[in-house]
Design a protein around this ligand. Structure first.
Ligand SMILES: [Fe+2]
Length: 305
């Protein structure tokens, strides 16, 4: 079955019906409690993988009375049990390749990058500036501490965005699969080039697994879109999907001990306010992987159809 092949209409319709049958859903439905995140029970693992297969994401929760939730080995070990192993090492990660996202008052490595501020972050998938050989397939966001207020995430399975676009006009998908549709200008700091410009498609279908990958950012400053009418229309339509009343947007504010595991779905974050005196300083560990969550490929989908 090749649902993402625009010529395979029947396969697409069959897969689409299966995807849509899992909605409506809300964030609480995607929450799985983990007694021991370092060693998942069969039941817990099945519950996690079932949600990841249907929605490309799961929200987990573990008890901070029982576990040291500031241990970076927690998200790392949890990820490993789900086939997530190859961590992305990029500019701002800590030495162990897991980023500590918090407001950075100073520090050269983080200066100016929005994830290290309390400002809102618009819709995106992670690593949209990565080259095709270093695609971010999955990530774990683990909450150590929440803010005094704000810091909520909205999440949308990128496969649902694909469905909405293909249903509206399959040419939108064609436009966003063009290899030169999206260019991220080079990252230059103080005259030194940190990263060359990156050009690539929004939607890619993995040759080996048949899985859909998406690169996207709603930012307008750090991105150049191909200048043709269809691309412009497609991007406008995609942006319209992020309206408040969308049935496919999940909203959740991570509490300490909770986290999101996902196949790099679309997401954003509201701004937040820390309160140092009350110990309310938002701290999120972020692990990004070149692997996809195991058992969430088309083979596993086929078994459900
Ligand atoms: Fe992100």
């Amino acid at each position: 079955m090749l649902p993402f092949d625009l010529n395979e209409v029947n396969a697409y319709q069959q897969w689409r019906a299966w995807k849509l049958s899992a909605y409506p859903v809300n964030a609480e439905d995607l929450l799985v409690y983990l007694e021991d995140p370092y060693s998942l029970s069969t039941e817990e693992k099945n519950a996690v993988l079932d949600r990841c297969l249907k929605y490309n994401l799961v929200i987990y929760s573990c008890d901070q009375e029982k576990h040291d939730i500031s241990d970076k080995n927690l998200p790392r070990t949890l990820g490993k049990q789900l086939g997530l192993d190859r961590l992305d090492a990029h500019l701002c990660v800590d030495e162990d390749d897991i980023s500590s996202l918090k407001v950075a008052s100073s520090g050269k490595r983080h200066g100016g990058y929005i994830p290290y501020t309390d400002r809102p972050i618009s819709w995106h998938t992670d690593g949209y500036y990565n080259s095709s050989s270093e695609r971010i397939q999955a990530m774990v966001l683990h909450c150590v501490s929440d803010a005094a207020s704000g810091g909520e995430n909205e999440l949308m399975d990128h496969e649902m965005a694909y469905i909405c676009m293909r249903d509206e006009n399959p040419d939108y998908i064609r436009a966003l699969m063009q290899p030169d549709v999206m260019t991220i200008p080079p990252n230059i700091e103080n005259g030194v080039m940190i990263r060359d410009s990156v050009t690539g498609p929004v939607f890619t279908v993995d040759k080996e697994t048949g899985a859909l990958h998406m690169r996207y950012t709603a930012r307008t400053r750090s991105i150049e879109w191909k200048q043709d009418d269809l691309t412009r229309e497609a991007i406008n339509f995609l942006e319209s999907l992020f309206s408040e009343d969308s049935a496919y947007i999940l909203r959740h504010r991570l509490k300490p001990g909770q986290g999101v595991i996902c196949n790099n779905v679309l997401h954003n974050r509201t701004g937040f306010v820390d309160d140092e005196e009350c110990g309310k300083q938002r701290l999120i560990y972020r692990a990004r992987y070149y692997d996809r969550i195991k058992d969430t490929g088309l083979d596993a989908v086929n078994e459900r159809l």
